[in-house]
Design a protein around this ligand. Structure first.
Ligand code: GLA
Length: 402
């Protein structure tokens, strides 16, 4: 490794991967990099046609790729030190319940979109923690999709890349995720959050106010893989739409329901026409959509206390109404709320473990980082990882030689 370890990850990793690739496959690769994401607010709203506010972070998945003369993908994961072979000509491809399913799923969806995917040698490396709610899956999908497209001598609009990666996860891996993560990994932009309308896919880049930093605190509790709980929440929202249609026939998704409309039907819970659990799930989604728009208004005005209130309400809504938090996430948020310099804190991502997002005044970041780590250790006995990230760019090709 020698001098290379002195380089920052975004330069050192592609350099090392190119060397590894050359020693494994005797060729010089092209290297693509896609980021993970953090979501500032708007959780479990994407598959309800609602609004989200993610930002790409400076943790990435890199894919080094070179062509082969057959119809195979020979894939090597540097993190896991594990190889997988994918036969692109297989007639009945099946998932293997392994990391390679993401690669395979993306190749299949590219094929379904009419792209003749060429055989390729591939090396993958990632520093996005898995199961932490920072979209390691989307970073892998988007990175691989971009590499496969380039190796096949073709291109697609980024929106299509995002959609296709989502389909890979929905149809091949079996998680009914929304579009947020793949979209953020494609469209990330330095120092901006992305306000995305998940129905139209219209988006706006929202500058993050100067003087605040994103501090991501990993509880180190891993959420399940293509977990049943996530798909359950989605089914409960669909049930909510079915029931609410009796009163509001025009609605297509929870996105179309206002808080006043929902609250007007609260008595239906008492009459047992709407199960209380379904009502609470709907209440989270409907109120969360409203909070995203309130947060955007507050960020535009520079009203940071109002941003903090939205984040606190969002966390409580996920804890009580949507029931996707866990003890460690709640502790991490409660501890943050006591620390100087905090603007707002909430869990981020799918839930059931993973990370909190904290907006912190620049001057307090160093102290915040140390204090939250030791307070969390004391409260839980767990050593948290803390990532201080800027909002960064989306998927891109990088130079293999640093
Ligand atoms: C996961 C999914 C996203 C989104 C979030 C929750 O990250 O991949 O589509 O639903 O959970 O907001």
């Amino acid at each position: 490794m020698g001098k290379m370890t002195d380089l920052p990850a975004h330069l050192a990793v592609p350099h090392r991967m190119a060397q590894l690739f050359s020693s494994r496959f005797a060729a010089v690769p092209r290297v693509f990099r896609a980021p993970g994401r953090v979501n500032l607010i708007g959780e479990h709203t994407d598959y309800n046609d609602g609004f989200v506010l993610p930002a790409a972070i400076d943790l990435y998945t890199w894919t080094a790729i070179g062509p082969r003369n057959d119809h195979k993908l020979q894939v090597f994961s540097e993190n896991l030190n594990e190889a997988a072979e994918i036969d692109l000509a297989a007639t009945a491809p099946q998932p293997r319940d392994a990391w390679s399913d993401y690669v395979h799923g993306v190749a299949l969806m590219l094929g379904k979109a009419g792209i003749a995917v060429s055989g390729a040698d591939i090396v993958i490396h990632s520093n996005v923690p898995t199961g932490a709610g920072l979209s390691s899956s989307a970073a892998l999908e988007v990175s691989v999709a971009s590499a496969l497209l380039a190796a096949s001598g073709t291109a697609l609009p980024l929106t299509e890349v995002a959609r296709l990666c989502q389909r890979a996860e929905n149809e091949f891996v079996g998680a009914r995720v929304g579009i947020m993560d793949q979209f953020a990994s494609c469209f990330g932009s330095a120092n901006h959050a992305i306000l995305l309308d998940c129905r139209s896919l219209d988006y706006q880049l929202l500058p993050l106010p100067h003087g605040i930093t994103m501090v991501i605190c990993n509880t180190m509790v891993k959420h399940g893989h293509s977990g049943g709980e996530y798909n359950d929440r989605r089914a409960q929202c669909e049930e909510g739409v079915r029931l609410l249609k009796q009163y509001y026939p025009g609605i297509r998704a929870l996105r179309d329901v206002t808080l006043a409309q929902l609250e007007a039907q609260r008595s239906e819970v008492r009459r047992q026409r709407i199960p209380e659990l379904i009502y609470r799930r709907c209440h989270h989604v409907v109120s969360e959509n409203e909070r995203v728009l309130r947060t955007v208004g507050a960020l535009r005005k520079g009203d940071l206390p109002a941003v903090g209130v939205c984040m606190a309400e969002s966390h409580l809504s996920m804890k009580n109404d949507y029931e996707i938090s866990c003890a460690e996430l709640d502790i991490m948020v409660e501890l943050a709320e006591k620390l100087p310099g905090l603007i707002g804190a909430r869990m981020t991502g799918g839930g059931f473990g993973g990370c909190t997002i904290n907006l912190v005044h620049d001057a307090a970041v160093q102290q915040f980082r140390e204090q939250i780590r030791s307070a969390y250790q004391q409260a839980t006995g767990i050593a948290a990882e803390i990532y201080v990230s800027t909002a960064g760019a989306g998927v891109t090709e990088v130079k293999a030689n640093g």
